[in-house]
Ligand binder design. Sequence first.
Ligand code: FMN
Length: 346
Amino acid sequence: MSRICSAHSSTFPKRSGEATFWIRDVPVHGDVILSPMAGYSDLPYRYLCRLAGSAMSYTEFVSVIAFLAGPNEKTLRMLSYRPEERPVTMQIFDNDEDRIVEAARRIEELGPDIVDVNMGCSVKKVSGRGAGAGLLRDPAKIGRIFARLTRVLKVPVTGKIRLGWDEASRNYLDVVRAMQDNGASLVAVHGRTKDQAYRGDADWDAIARVVEIARIPVIGNGDVRTSFDIERMKRKTACAAVMIGRGAIGNPWIFQRRDRHEVPFAEKASLIRRHFELMSSFYGESTALILIRKHIARYLKQYSGIRDLHQSLVQVAHVEQLNSLLDSATKRLEETGQSPRARAIA
Ligand SMILES: Cc1cc2nc3c(=O)[nH]c(=O)nc-3n(C[C@H](O)[C@H](O)[C@H](O)COP(=O)(O)O)c2cc1C
């Protein structure tokens, strides 16, 4: 297993040979996938996760209204990708059928392999106007959207859903039927309702029920944090692949099936440097310095021995400071034995 940021990091995990599963005519090699996450699954982080073994890329969700109004630089940046990331899924959200179809048609010109409709966002501003998880309240409308999208687009159309609007309306099986009967090529299921937001446990039994009735591949999602969880979800649900969100923030190693505590701090430090370089060339150094802070906080989650450095690291103001703080933290953790020893790499 290679390190993500080694000198050979341009080598992507295997993509030839037999596909793990297909999204219509798009082969996917691998069964673990980074979730679309606004503010996190941007090109630099997706790229690192793909290097680590995430099997495909989903962009952050993009507002159809914003896209049709411009699209401005921010929106286009959210939809940019590196060719090595393929298969690339571009995800959109809205509540209006005509707008969704028009935006998807124009987004297809940007070259995605797949277009995905977000039906999972629980944020009030989105779901409250019938977009994101708001769409779940109207499976017939979902059916119409997929019928039109699959007629208009050449690339496969997929959707990411929750289990329903609230406990009283867990209509996910109807939603999946509406999708697949109208041409959807895959469904990703986050095992919670919109009302739950991120509370309670994700219901993996519900994901298993989707797998039972679905004629299309199902991606399971929700509460996968460790390599053991990946196998547990696969066993419990028989899903085609597992999608990881929060458990992958500050933890691209999960795609190598390595858990946070197994990764030596020195390896984390050099990956943070690599992450920052990628962000710098993508956003420019000053924006990268701000955006990297939230990632650093997540990379450093479990280290009690560097609390003082932690504070400075999450407020880092220039590159030299980032490098010297990472050096100090590495030294300190090695001295105190708080970092596991580097594992032999095959
Ligand atoms: C910060 C953040 C941003 C998210 N943004 C998106 C998004 O843009 N599109 C989407 O479909 N889901 C989004 N999600 C939901 C995740 O993709 C995923 O469904 C959810 O976090 C549950 O998976 P997890 O338990 O592995 O985190 C987001 C979640 C988080 C925490």
